[in-house]
Design a protein around this ligand. Structure first.
Ligand code: MG
Length: 249
């Protein structure tokens, strides 16, 4: 079921989004060689708490941390770990959300740890561009397939693999609401977008093939070929014009 949000609800979602975006920014600023992923998680957790919000992912289906931190070949759902020390050249995808007034924000960004390879930089640039191309299609009257096609086409053109096993999603009073939002699709197909829909759009793009697998911890998704993966996400509200990015500082 798709729930269209009222103006009042969108205000709360903007606040949840602001907290989510600021927590993500602060976590990203903590990324540097020698820092552990657990320390980065702590930065995000402390900020969310300081705002009177709660961490959206903590205990979600048993997830043990505030942020998913996925390094290099890890695609999504990496678990922060005090043994995992970041190294120069790592790309570090941080995905986190906050709940405020009963509403969720959800966002992700792939940060650089020190200087990264040109290949890693290009993957991240293209994935971020793909997110914004998708957002540009998230307009009332368009269809979900328009969003997914815009994302996929840009990445496939660069020779990258578009992860199909995981998708974006509606977001609101729950972290994951309908509809699911694949990062691929056919223009003009799929559900029609309406003003008041709130969507988390999140391309997960692999340097190599689209194939992924889940590690034995039951959470961490990695590329099957061991190559790099990048992930960028915003929560947005559909309007008659440009979508409203909710996860903004
Ligand atoms: Mg999400």
């Amino acid at each position: 079921m798709i729930v269209l949000k009222t103006r009042r609800e969108l205000e709360l979602m903007r606040e949840a989004g602001r907290i989510s975006a600021t927590a993500l920014k602060l976590a990203g600023q903590a990324v540097e060689p020698g820092v552990t992923t657990a320390e980065i998680d702590r930065v995000a957790a402390d900020y969310i708490k300081s705002q009177g919000a709660t961490a959206a992912f903590l205990n979600y289906n048993g997830f043990p941390a505030t942020a998913c931190i996925s390094v290099n070949n890890e695609v999504i759902h990496g678990i922060p770990d005090k043994q995992h020390v970041l190294r120069e050249g790592d790309i570090v995808s941080i995905d986190l959300g906050a709940v405020y007034g009963g509403y969720y924000g959800d966002n992700a960004y792939t940060f650089f740890c020190g200087r990264v390879s040109p290949e890693a930089e290009r993957l991240c640039t293209v994935t971020k561009e793909a997110l914004y191309l998708g957002l540009r299609k998230a307009v009332a009257g368009n269809r979900l397939g328009d969003v997914g096609a815009a994302i996929a086409q840009h990445c496939i053109n660069q020779g990258y693999g578009v992860v199909r096993d995981y998708t974006g999603h509606g977001v609101g009073t729950h972290l994951h609401e309908d509809p699911s939002i694949p990062n691929y699709g056919t223009p003009g197909r799929g559900m029609r977008l309406l003003p008041g829909m709130t969507l988390a759009i999140e391309p997960m793009i692999n340097e190599g093939t689209e194939a992924v697998r889940v590690l034995k911890n039951g959470w961490t998704v990695v590329t099957a070929d061991g190559k790099l993966s990048a992930h960028f996400e915003h929560s947005v509200a559909v309007t008659d014009g440009e979508c409203l990015i909710l996860t903004r500082c």
